[in-house]
Design a protein around this ligand. Sequence first.
Ligand code: KPL
Length: 300
Amino acid sequence: MKITILGCGALGQLWLSRLYQQGHDVQGWLRVPQPFCAVNVIEPQGASFNRNLPTNDPEHLAQSELLLVTLKAWQVSSAVSMLLPKLNPRCAILLLHNGMGTQDELPPNNQPILQGTTTHAARHDGSTIIHVASGTTHIGPTSPAAQSLSHLAEVLHEAMPDVAWHNNIASANWRKLAVNCVINPLTALYNCRNGDLQRYPEQIELICREVSSVMEMEGYHTSCEGLLQYVMEVIQSTADNVSSMLQDIRTQRHTEIDYITGYLLRRARSHGVTLPENARLFELIKRKENEYERIGAGLP
Ligand code: KPL
């Protein structure tokens, strides 16, 4: 299968290496074009993959059957919008990032669009990508044209298991949003690993209660207890992780808070509801982010 991967960060390189090894015709797509993408991955069991893979070939892009987007949420709309006119109308676009709301920012189009989340964890160690922990990738259609594309889950599963197909991906996305609303801001504020959050049960419950109230209003059947149990399971299974938001804050990069807690607050507002705890966490993360972004922009 011909596949273009937009975003060659840790997760992008992981998919590039796995799909290439399955015999797929893959290329990376970089914002700043380079002659090739040097993919260096170390797998959890120690196996390594080192290869220069092709990048930014417009002909390959025009023939691609899948555009796999592994950018951060805030980078998605501008990068995908630029590629939309160059895609084959049947090329599926799979958005794989934390948070929700990026699809609403894309210009009107008829591409089959899928959305997904993953619990695979990967991080940079210099120019090497360490695949820290295997996980599950949940994908599903968000446009009518993508409803018949469940075979993509098999293609991806063969390359990097587990991949699960969901006809109703929005429900899985909301559960992942709840996880990210708890783990990401709290680890960034307490400067701790995911597992250390077990010390803050009341605060976690407060966040889950607010998320489940919005989920109910959005028409997803849920309970605070069920959501809380799921979040606590993820905290335990990713106990050693440094969350992506804490990594962003430590390296002074823009965070995904606008698409995680920010998305939740926007949905709540549309129902006329306020969420005091999530609003407070949102402000605290924005304040942290603004501190270094103002300095970076040379502002007083
Ligand atoms: O998605 C994650 C992230 O760090 O962004 C979790 C699930 C919280 C794992 O660290």
